[in-house]
Design a binder for this molecule. Structure first.
Ligand SMILES: [Zn+2]
Length: 430
């Protein structure tokens, strides 16, 4: 079947997993075991964007991230949060990510008009004043600072949200500092749906951990559930003239794509999660219309329906692993998604400009380029690793590692995607 159009837009710009060795600052010297949230607006369009601080928020939970991997070693995503000691300028914490705004800017309205999006980042609570720097990539893919927000932990600026919901422990394997904490947010459940919500939490936990390499790494995950029962069931679908005041205000038809199910209400979402430790968010929407989406280090979204067991791992490939879609969609008019004189940031597609930074080490010598695809492969057979033309939505000039993959056609994750995910998982468990 034709691949999920929502994921096309849910294009998660990720990186070549160039793991750069950086000495992490000592956590206890610079941070307390608490979580600080930065709420800000990103406003602009294809030509420019600017970030406006809304405020700092103290979450009602301890720090869930690693105590040793404070500086993000994965050169990935279009944006980066970089935190510096205000007195010395020393880099204390960083995290790369993508956002819904970055997709908006590539749409037609994103060329014609200006819009404002909510964005949220988390960081450990600093002990001393810091500079919170928001960065984005320039033409050469280097990060440049676009906004600086000073934060003094001795001030009263960090307010604690009052509407945090107590999380349900769906799977607990130990200390959050050494686990990948994933929270499943129940969206679109009405007061009569409490039992279904509990069943769906279990279902989504099994989908999350049902595919390799998630399956083998099950002991590295904690899974939490956060539920909120609204007055009515379902989520907004403007195409059906159906509007619901749901927990986090999600909606189909984001950016005019019928299956693209997302929420713009990031502040509300993170308020709801304030009492839960989390590294990654899955929004589980109680509606049976095919839909979802995901953005790197932002969130993953999936409706609860018959395809969810495949949609969810695919979307987690974007939101956790930062993987690109490996399929082709010639209807897409985003001509400038990939620059052919640069490597894409994602680890699982290449322009061959710097193939050594991708999966060249896994390709047998004398493999033809492009490698001819193999027909008739079974469900669990990706086919041999090579350099197959077509990926990242484009039929020519972009290459993928295997004939089949979860990021192309819901097959198993190919060896390159598997390696990438395992490398990302490793960063959370140290
Ligand atoms: Zn793959």
């Amino acid at each position: 079947m034709k691949k999920v159009r929502f994921s096309i837009i849910a294009f998660c710009v990720l990186a070549p997993l160039a793991l750069m060795a950086q000495k992490s600052p000592k956590f206890d010297k610079y941070f307390d075991n608490a979580t600080l949230r930065i709420d800000y607006y990103r406003q602009g369009n294809f030509n420019y964007d600017t970030c406006i601080l809304k405020g700092f928020v103290k979450q009602n939970t301890l720090w869930a991230g690693s105590l040793t991997q404070l500086l993000d070693p994965i050169d990935n995503g279009e944006y980066r949060l970089l935190v510096k000691d205000a007195a010395t300028g020393k880099e204390l914490y960083s995290r790369c990510y993508n956002s819904l705004f970055h997709e908006y800017r590539d749409t037609k309205p994103g060329h014609d008009s200006v819009a404002t999006f909510e964005e949220v980042m988390l960081m450990p609570m600093p002990k001393k004043p810091v500079l919170v720097c928001l960065q984005k990539r320039d033409e050469k893919q280097k990060f440049q600072t676009t906004a600086v927000f000073p934060f003094d932990p001795s001030s009263e600026a960090a307010m604690t949200p009052s509407n945090a919901t107590t999380p349900i422990k769906l799977l607990y394997n130990g200390d959050s500092h050494k686990k990948i904490d994933v929270v499943i947010v129940a969206e679109g459940y009405g007061k009569k749906d409490e039992r279904k919500m509990r069943e769906d939490f279990d279902k989504f936990t099994s989908y999350l951990l049902g595919q390799e390499p998630f399956k083998s790494r099950q002991k590295d995950f904690n899974v939490w559930g956060v539920g909120f029962l609204a007055d009515e069931s379902g989520v907004t679908n403007p195409l059906k003239n159906h509007y619901v005041n749901s927990a986090v205000g999600s909606s189909y038809n984001t950016f005019g794509s019928d299956r693209y199910l997302m929420t713009m209400q990031l502040f509300k979402l993170h308020d709801l999660l304030s009492g839960c430790p989390y590294d990654h968010i899955i929004i589980m929407a109680n509606c049976d219309t095919y839909g979802g989406g995901a953005i790197y280090n932002f969130y993953a979204f999936s409706a609860v329906q018959e395809m969810s067991m495949w949609i969810l791992p695919h979307e987690l490939g974007h939101s956790i692993g930062g993987l690109a879609d490996e399929y082709v969609d010639e209807e897409l008019s985003y001509n400038d998604i990939h620059k052919m004189d640069q490597e894409p940031l994602e680890a699982n597609i290449t322009t061959l400009v710097d193939f050594a930074s991708k999966w060249q080490d896994l390709v047998p010598k004398k493999t033809p380029i492009p490698t001819p695809p193999v027909k008739g492969l079974g469900r669990h057979d990706n086919g041999p690793i090579g350099v197959y033309e077509g990926g990242g939505y484009q039929p020519h000039g972009i290459y993928r590692p295997c004939t089949k993959c979860m990021m192309r056609d819901y097959a198993d994750f190919c060896p390159v995607c598997t390696r990438t995910l395992n490398r990302v998982f490793d960063l959370y468990v140290r």
